[in-house]
Design a protein around this ligand. Structure first.
Ligand SMILES: [Zn+2]
Length: 278
């Protein structure tokens, strides 16, 4: 059984601030160790239930070099580095997807809440606000891969249960604001992750892939109108008001491609809105 494990950093056990998860920060090495420990806990539980292949996708930040490969579980295969974007290496070759270290979506009063970049103020799939976990699960669902476990902040878990009712969830922290959180005890959280991963894999037949009914509309409200203008240059993307763009397609794979292209555009130095302070 092959598992795809996507790892973000904001929802990792023990991490409380964006300052800890920027490469070069004095706290970054601790964050790397903590992220690796959460992943290893999930692999240990999944193995107890019979999973055999573990593909760990490093999906945080543009560089995607966060986990410590020499401290990862011996049987893990590691996928990281540029030019990967979002969950670019996901495919239909997996039996299930696990999301480790996820966080609340943009706009929530929730620890380190955002979607991809602070330029995305609100992302909606067919009218319903969606965070990074939902977007990852929707891509997995397109490939008929069920998302069976999420670990992360309280709001990430709540959101994932709304979209994937049978998903196993493990809270690593409770949000006090966007900039403060109460972390749950590390060793207890690692035990919870291990047990939830074991349950998730043992119960795999009960999980179904997240399917977004077509036609699918991707609406994004941007932090400024210049970004909306840049993004609306893409064929098929309409600007519906000063700060909002909309794209509709039958197929989630196309929605995902547009999201990835949007991220390239908004982070480009050609996007004047990138540096604008409102
Ligand atoms: Zn991240």
């Amino acid at each position: 059984m092959r598992l795809a494990i996507s790892v973000d950093m904001e929802g990792i056990s023990g991490i409380v601030s964006f300052k800890q998860i920027e490469a070069g920060s004095p706290e970054f090495q601790r964050a790397q160790r903590l992220a690796t420990a959460d992943v290893n806990s999930a692999i240990a539980g999944a193995r107890e239930a019979g999973a055999t292949r573990f593909f760990v996708h490093d999906t945080h930040s543009r560089d995607q070099i966060n986990l410590l490969i020499d401290e990862l579980d011996d049987s893990a295969e590691y996928i990281g580095g540029q030019p990967m974007l979002l969950w670019e290496a996901l495919s239909a070759d997996y039996d299930a997807a696990l999301l480790i270290g996820y966080h609340g979506r943009a706009g929530l009063v929730s620890i380190m809440s955002h979607v991809y970049s602070d330029l995305f103020c609100d992302v909606r799939l067919s009218g319903k606000p969606a965070g990074e976990g939902v977007l990852a699960a929707a891509l997995a669902g397109y490939y008929d891969v069920p998302t069976i476990l999420v670990t992360g902040s309280d709001d990430a878990c709540v959101e994932m249960r709304e979209w994937c009712p049978t998903i196993e969830t493990v809270e690593t922290k409770v949000s006090l604001s966007r900039y403060a959180t109460r972390c749950l005890p590390l060793k207890g959280t690692w035990a919870n992750i291990r047990e939830a991963a074991r349950r998730a894999v043992a119960g795999l037949p009960n999980h179904t892939p997240l399917k977004i009914h077509s036609p699918i509309t991707l609406e994004v409200r941007w932090r400024n109108n210049q970004t909306a203008r840049s993004v609306a240059l893409m064929p098929g993307v309409e600007q519906t008001d000063q700060e909002t763009t909309s794209f509709t397609h039958e197929d989630y794979a196309e929605v995902d491609r547009v999201l990835k292209a949007m991220l390239h555009i908004v982070l480009s130095p050609l996007n004047a809105g990138h540096v604008q302070v409102p």
